[in-house]
Write a protein that binds this ligand. Structure first.
Ligand code: CA
Ligand code: CA
Length: 148
């Protein structure tokens, strides 16, 4: 059940992913979160929007949080940004990042795929939401799991 997704990555891999988020957030005021669960009930976009809201990700000052969502059993994933991001970026903003993730996920290189996605997200967001001197870490850099 809930423990499976939490044990998917080793402690070391989790640290590496968390570090990638911390590094990416040194470039941008955007906040990046990763949520992992076993099953995705319904459409992946509906589910990730639900998780986005549930994790309080709409509460950032600039409405610039990004969620990378992954459902292990259903082999589904998505990247979604909040309203502040959608208002300024081109429509296909996440496509190249998703493509690069997919290449790695297909080869079961999940840690690498996530770290790459986090890094690229930071680089892309930097243009629109540069890092601020008085930056606050508005959302936790820890991976979240279902039922947490
Ligand atoms: Ca921040
Ligand atoms: Ca953060």
């Amino acid at each position: 059940m809930g423990t499976q997704s939490a044990q998917f990555f080793t402690k070391e891999q989790k640290e590496d992913i968390k570090q990638a988020i911390l590094n990416a957030e040194l470039d941008t005021s955007g906040e990046i979160r990763i949520h992992i669960e076993n099953n995705c009930p319904g459409e992946v976009l509906d589910r990730s929007s639900f998780v986005f809201e549930k994790l309080g990700m709409k509460k950032t000052k600039l409405r610039n949080a990004v969620l990378i969502y992954l459902a292990l059993n259903h082999r589904k994933f998505s990247i979604i940004g909040d309203a502040g991001i959608n208002a300024v970026v081109p429509e296909n903003f996440w496509d190249s990042i998703k493509d690069e993730m997919l290449v790695r996920f297909r080869e079961a290189r999940f840690t690498e795929g996530l770290i790459l996605a986090v890094t690229k997200t930071g680089e892309q967001l930097k243009k629109y939401f540069p890092h601020q001197m008085d930056d606050v870490d508005e959302l936790s850099n820890e991976i979240s799991y279902e039922n947490n």
